[in-house]
Ligand binder design. Structure first.
Ligand code: ADP
Length: 403
């Protein structure tokens, strides 16, 4: 069984073709800058094998449909392709950002499901329309092939009302469904499953704090295998300090900016989503640049690192209180897997809670699940690579197997 995984953005489509027997990646790639003159398609065929081949195509990609057509051509190319016929693809798994309250699990796409994703556009005005573009194109390109939506929000639908309600007039929830939804659910669920596997414990008996630190950052409290709280909110802006997103703020800052700084709502939205976070604090949004700047004596970069890791620690503290007993803390994604300094700073001073990092083990970059806690630590600390594409493919397969 071969599953094509699609992550369709407003001007890009990421894709991966996975053979589920042995979970082998046959092809992985990206269509970038769709609609602009310098659009590009990059693809690695048979990555990691002796026959690995990188192919690049540029030229006109006016829309998602032409981009995906070119991808299918690359995949089925007589000489270099990895399949001979698109019909070899058993299912297409789509990452969909916002499922609102409608979706608790991966869902077979039909017209009704498309309409429900469309209904949730106000909750994710940038993401859901782009996801829908990808779905519509694939329905045309792969007629009769099951299309499955895997929602970023689904894993967090188990969060109880006292944790998902904001203290706002109840009518706003009734009328607009303003509440916490949470994101990165596919990643949190995947690393939680991996953690249970490497700890040789049933996930349903584990309490975990999963810490996803990439460009976007979020933390989840997992009780008996289910998400009970998470740091991202109605939109992916709340919580931790991210690459360009502010995370938690005093909500009165919005009014202050409007009244005193001459900013309208669009400008404030842009400021908080694109010009804040690490980038706002020090000018860099990539943690590697921040370390280089710190080494060169840049005090703002030092502060940005301190603000981010302090916020991480504060949330770990909050989720220790939410869960009571914690079996493991899991770090994942670009920063979580690669940055020992961020991991160490996010966990300093927590020895009284039974959380002790093994400095030596923590030095490594994480390429496979790795235990990072000291032997005396009561809470295990793990670095576990996330793999959202594989997670989507597995969920799609599971759904197909059930039908
Ligand atoms: P996304 O949220 O876009 O999926 P990733 O999970 O790939 O992001 O994380 C990207 C971020 O990971 C980069 O912006 C950078 O801050 C961080 N990163 C990547 N490699 C390293 C590294 N070797 N050391 C520290 N940080 C890294």
């Amino acid at each position: 069984m071969k599953i094509l995984v699609i992550n369709s953005g407003s001007s890009s489509v990421k894709f991966q073709l996975i053979a589920m027997a042995g979970e082998v990646v046959l092809a992985t790639g990206l269509v970038e800058r769709i609609g602009s003159a310098d659009a590009e398609i990059r693809c690695r065929l048979r990555p990691g094998s002796e026959k690995e081949q990188s192919v690049k195509a540029d030229g006109l990609v006016p829309d998602h449909q032409s981009g995906m057509r070119r991808v299918v051509e690359l995949l089925t190319d007589r000489q270099t392709g990895v399949i001979t016929d698109p019909q070899e693809i058993s299912a297409v798994g789509h990452r969909v950002v916002h499922g609102g309250e409608d979706f608790h699990q991966p869902t077979l796409l039909d017209d009704a499901v498309l309409a429900a994703i469309e209904k949730n556009i106000p909750l994710a005005p940038l993401h859901n329309p782009a996801n829908l573009d990808g779905i519509r194109v694939c329905r045309e390109l792969f007629p009769g092939v099951p299309q499955i939506a895997v929602f970023d929000t689904a894993f967090h639908q188990s969060i109880p009302p006292h944790a998902y309600h904001y203290a706002l007039p109840h009518e706003l929830y009734e009328r607009w469904r303003i509440r916490r939804y949470g994101f990165h659910g596919t990643s949190h669920k995947f690393v939680a499953g991996e953690c249970a596997r490497v700890m040789s414990r049933p996930l349903a008996q584990l309490n975990l704090i999963t810490v996803h630190l990439g460009n976007g950052c979020s933390m989840t409290a997992i009780e008996n295998g289910r998400s009970v709280d998470t740091s991202l909110g109605m939109t992916p802006l709340e919580g931790l300090v991210m690459g360009t997103r502010s995370g938690d703020l005093d909500p009165a800052i919005h009014a202050f900016l409007a009244r005193n700084c001459g900013m309208d709502i669009e400008a404030i939205d842009r400021l908080l989503n694109q010009e804040s976070g690490l980038k706002g604090l020090c000018g860099f949004n990539d943690m590697r640049d921040i370390h280089a700047a710190i080494a060169a004596g840049d005090p703002r970069a030092e502060r940005a690192l301190a603000v981010q890791t302090y916020r991480n620690r504060k949330y770990i503290g909050a989720y220790l209180a939410v869960l009571g007993r914690v079996d493991a803390i899991v770090f994942t994604a670009g920063i979580g897997e690669n940055d020992p300094v961020v991991r160490a700073k996010s966990l300093t001073g927590l020895a009284h809670f039974g959380i002790v990092l093994d400095e030596e083990a923590n030095r490594q970059r994480i390429t496979a699940p790795t235990l990072l806690s000291a032997p005396q630590s009561q809470v295990e600390i793990w670095g576990i690579p996330t793999n959202e594409e594989l997670a989507i493919a597995r969920e799609a397969k599971e759904l197909l197997d059930m039908h």
